[in-house]
Structure formats: C-alpha cells, structure tokens
Design a protein around this ligand. Structure first.
Ligand code: MEV
Length: 442
C-alpha cells in the first residue's frame, strides 16, 4: 500500500529513508535508488561530512565548479571560482576579465562593513518614558549584559557599534524597534547577531519589570514580538569599478568605440528607469555574484534578499550597475551590499569551499566582498556588451550546444563533429536537432 505520510522519517537511516521514498513516491524505485546512491561519495568521511550539513540527506547534488581566470583587481591577479549550472556565465566572466585586464583592471573598495539586527516589540505606554529609559539606562545595560557574548568578537576588533530605539508607530500601531549595529569582522555573523538580540530581548523584559518609571499597565503592554538580524545590510557595501578612454573600448563586433559607449550607457539608463529590464539586468549580475557566493560557502539566499532590497531602496526597483561618460572617459561601477564571511558556517568545513578560498588567496571577508562585486560587474559588462552588439543568443547558444547534444544522447564522436560544424554558425535548438538527425542518417 502506498504510504505518503511518514512518522519519524528523520530517525530512519539513509538507506531506509531512500527505500521508503522510492517505494512511496516513484514509479521506478530501483532506478531512482540507483541514481540517488550513485552520487554518494566513495570516501565515507566526506559523505558523512556533507550529510551532516543539513537534515534528512539522502544524496549529494552536484553543480559545476568552474574557474574564471585573468581578473586584475587592485593590481593583483585572481582566478575566480564559480559554482553555477548555467552555461555561458563562466565564459562571459572570463571574457570580461580579459577585456579589463588589458584596460587597467578592476578597482574596488569597501564603503562599509556594518550589519543590523532588531528586537521588534510593541509598547502601548508613554513614549517619552520609553525614550528616557532607553537613553539613560537600558542602552548601557544591553551593552553590559551582552558582554559575555560579544567578548571574542570584541577581541577580534568587532562587536556592537551602536544601539538605537526606533519609533515605528507611524507604520504600525505601538511598534518599536531596538536597532543594533554590529561589526562581525570576518564572519557573516548571523549566529552572533541573533544570540545578542535574543539576550537583549530577555534583558528588556527583565529590566522593565524592575523599573520604577513605568506603571504596571505600561510594563505589561511591552511585548517582544521577535529578535532577528536583518538580511538587508545597506551599510555593508563593496564597490567595484572600471574606467577607460572611450577609444579603448574598441569592440570586436564591428561597432565603433563611441557608439559602443553611448549604447552601453543607454542600456544602463534603461535598467535605471524600467523595473522589467532592471530585474533581468540584475539577474545577470547575480549570475556572477551567486556563483562566487556559493563557491565560497556563503548564504546566497541572504545575499539575494539583500541585493534586491537594496536595488529597490528608492521605492523603485533599479539597476545595480551605473555608468557615465565624461571628458572622453567611460566610467562604470557597481555598489553591492554583501553580508558574507570567511569564517563560520560552511566556510571552514566544505572541502571545496576551503579550496575556493585558497584559490582566492585566503581573502579577508572584506576582500572577498570586493571580489564578489567584481564578479557581478564583470557579468553585467559581458551581458550588456552582447546585448547591444551581437545579441545574447549567439554566445549563449554556442555554450548551450553541449547541453542540447547531451539531451539528444549524442556520442562523443557526434558531439565533436557537431561542435565543429556549429563553430561558424548560429546555434538554435531546431538547427541542432536537424543536423543531429542528418548525422544519424549518415
Ligand atoms: C541570463 O542569465 C542573464 C541575462 O539575461 C542578463 C541581462 O539580460 O543583462 C543575459
């Protein structure tokens, strides 16, 4: 009998989990079981390590780990590891890297490295009492009462840099926040921030009960709703930029440098004014950003959430890259909020993450932020460059050709022949099938 509901799934061992799953959820249990077990690492230590990252793990999910070489960043050369399944992204990044290598490279800097967290609470009493209590008493107590948690971070040069009381009652009745600013040094800092905030929420309740300033009704009206970091970090920003004389922009696609610069600027302007284009424009940037974020074991969902919030900070969703032309020079840059780390989380656990960080020269978190911003800018440059000249499909489909051939079940020999055949032709799905069928008939 099919049984789609299970009790105690997490208690089953890996094989029992798989057996239950394939028996109850698939039509071909043996085949699916074979696929799932095929992806187990033959080294049981490595397999165990990966299983323990998450819960109910039954297999591993491979992603291509690629390298985009030749990135000149602030005078040093980097080979950037990128984990991404989409064809043509790594090739595009590499092409941009080469282009800017010959034009002075990328310049980067950190505009800020602070993170935020909030104790969200409701309070129905006298606001001025709350303000006075916070400024004259609570703020200091919160710092003292979190000293145990912040000790190590303070020793490393970080910790809590500010605590504010924010009145949000214009947005929601009785709503206030304790907003805490953190410097988490080389860690992304999520656990550190959340531990501090949860400790603070306990102290707030404890302290208001003891206070003689508030009436009993006011004391009881203060309700903590939740304490959590914000994934929006507008003060944790890396800037990456490039610039060159317009005449040095010379493009291989037969467009003049002046036309290229002008059209490029227009493409950025369009993404500044039109959210439909901005979404696609920024998606391309995130192809570069996410792939380095994943390769270095960071939380790409956090980065995505932050970046898109930042892109809409003016109330309108806009381009993350910017461009202007002045005195015959082309200037192009990106400001990216990136809350990432090189310690904590998976960063020191996943062998491929350790390898990625080493390939990048074991950067500090700030350096890694700058490398990631470069990957985003490079990706956008490659996309816009194609879009305003040859169109995106030419390069993209060429890179996608192998996927199509694999889907068709082409042999190595057939692949070789067809890759060679399409070298100087436009690749379309239709055309590939037609040429493949012709080859088969021969
Ligand atoms: C595809 O993954 C990304 C692009 O659509 C980005 C863009 O249009 O700028 C090529």
């Amino acid at each position: 009998m099919i049984n789609k509901i299970v009790e105690g799934f997490s208690k089953l061992n890996k094989e029992e989990k798989i057996n239950w799953l394939v028996d109850n959820y698939t039509n071909n249990p043996q085949t699916i079981k074979k696929i799932l077990t095929q992806y187990w690492n033959e080294d049981s230590e490595i397999q165990k390590l990966h299983e323990e990252f998450s819960e109910n793990t039954i297999s591993n999910f491979y992603m291509p780990f690629g390298i985009a070489p030749n990135f000149l960043i602030n005078g040093s050369i980097y080979a950037i590891p990128m984990v991404i399944e989409e064809s043509s992204v790594v090739a595009a990044a590499s092409k941009s890297a080469k282009f800017w290598l010959e034009r002075g490279g990328f310049k980067t800097k950190i505009l800020g490295n602070l993170k935020l967290g909030h104790v969200h609470f409701l309070y129905k009493g006298d606001k001025s009492k709350l303000n006075n209590w916070f400024s004259n008493y609570l703020k200091n107590i919160l710092l003292i009462e979190t000293e145990e948690i912040t000790k190590n971070m303070r020793n490393r040069g970080g910790g809590i840099t500010n605590i504010e009381l924010l009145d949000k009652t214009n947005d929601l009745n009785d709503y206030f926040q304790i907003q805490v600013t953190f410097d988490t040094q080389d860690s992304m800092g999520a656990n550190f921030i959340n531990s501090c905030l949860e400790q603070m929420s306990r102290i707030i309740i404890e302290q208001i009960q003891r206070s003689e300033m508030f009436t009993q009704i006011e004391k009881e009206s203060l309700q903590i709703v939740m304490s959590i970091l914000s994934n929006y970090t507008p003060n944790c920003i890396a800037r990456a930029e490039v610039s060159c004389k317009i005449e040095d922009l010379g493009d291989e696609n037969g467009i003049s440098s002046e036309d290229f610069a002008w059209k490029f600027e227009q493409a950025i302007c369009i993404a500044e004014v039109d959210p439909f284009r901005a979404a696609t424009h920024n998606k391309g940037i995130m192809n570069g950003v996410d792939s380095v974020v994943i390769a270095t074991g960071n939380d790409f969902r956090a980065v995505e959430a932050c970046v898109h919030t930042y892109a809409s900070r003016t109330g309108k969703y806009k381009s993350l890259t910017h461009c202007y032309i002045e005195n015959g020079k082309f200037h192009y840059w990106i400001d990216l909020p990136l809350a990432i780390g090189i310690v904590g989380g998976l960063t020191q656990l996943h062998p491929l993450v350790i390898a990625s960080l080493q390939i990048l020269g074991n950067p500090s978190a700030e350096k890694l932020m700058q490398i990631i911003a470069v990957a985003g800018l490079a990706q956008n440059f490659a996309a816009i460059r194609s879009l305003i000249t040859s169109g995106i499909q030419k390069g993209h489909m060429k890179m996608h050709l192998l996927n199509i051939l694999n889907q068709l079940g082409a042999t190595e020999q057939e692949k070789q022949y067809l890759v060679n055949y399409f070298k100087d032709k436009t690749v379309s799905y239709h055309q590939v099938i037609s040429e493949f069928n012709k080859l088969k008939k021969q």
